[in-house]
Design a protein around this ligand. Structure first.
Ligand code: SF4
Length: 231
């Protein structure tokens, strides 16, 4: 059976968030999400699209339309067409709604890439559909308590880091028990990112104080893609 997925866009730009911020990246943005965050900056990804927008020349504003659904082999070819190596981000929407598809794309492309799974951290069962490889890295948001099971489900060899998007509702006192229960250690980097780059200094100070007091490793970074618009 040919496996297919509804993909919004495949393009090359810089990674705007987390551990790889600033790194040239090929993005594969899937349709569909199991959450509806108020601050979502990719609401258009919630719905399926008739075409996948593909950028035939990397880092440009040129686009061609590829009919959806996109087969695994075609997705791998489109990624290869943009870069034969480097960082590939599977994003969305929620990419792990397409975990089986991603596993096949990774199998088809092999070891020349680092594969970043930019997930909302709420679908632990989907992680089991991906191979345990050191060149797969999970960027895990803390959206809710589902984070605990998700974090613990990430396979041993794969990389992982945690992203905390600071919105008006993000409370340090609520986040700390979640980190503790999941077993996040000082070896796992945590990235604090003010949503829309709107800094609430008091909130940020509180987060930094609490994380440092509890021995976590963190960095505060802006959402870079808000500054660098290549699309
Ligand atoms: S999980 Fe991500 S893609 Fe889904 S609604 Fe929230 S911010 Fe948007």
């Amino acid at each position: 059976m040919i496996m297919q997925a509804n993909i919004q866009e495949i393009f090359r730009s810089i990674q705007g968030e987390g551990f790889y911020a600033g790194t040239p990246t090929t993005f594969v943005r899937f349709s569909g999400c199991n959450l509806r965050c108020a601050y979502c900056d990719t609401k258009k990804s919630w719905r399926k699209t008739k075409y996948c927008a593909y950028q035939p020349v990397e880092f440009t504003r040129r686009w061609v339309r590829v009919p959806n659904e996109v087969a695994v082999a075609d997705c791998a070819d489109l990624i290869l067409g943009l870069s034969p190596r480097g960082l590939v981000s599977f994003t969305g929407g929620e990419p792990l709604l397409h975990a089986g598809y991603i596993a096949r794309v990774i199998k088809s492309l092999g070891g020349a890439y680092t594969y970043l799974i930019e997930t909302n951290g709420t679908l632990p069962a989907a992680v089991r559909r991906l191979p345990d490889l050191p060149n797969i890295v999970y960027s895990i948001d803390i959206k809710n308590r589902g984070f605990v099971k998700f974090y613990q489900a990430v396979p041993r060899k794969s990389g992982k880091y945690v992203k905390i998007i600071l919105t008006k509702k993000t409370e340090a006192e609520e986040t700390l028990p979640t980190l503790r229960e999941a077993g996040v250690s000082a070896r796992t980097p945590i990235f604090l990112q003010p949503v829309d780059n709107k800094l609430d200094k008091k909130q940020l100070q509180k987060f930094m104080y609490i994380l440092e007091k509890n021995g976590y490793t963190f960095k505060v970074i802006p959402q870079l893609h808000r500054f660098v618009h290549l699309k």
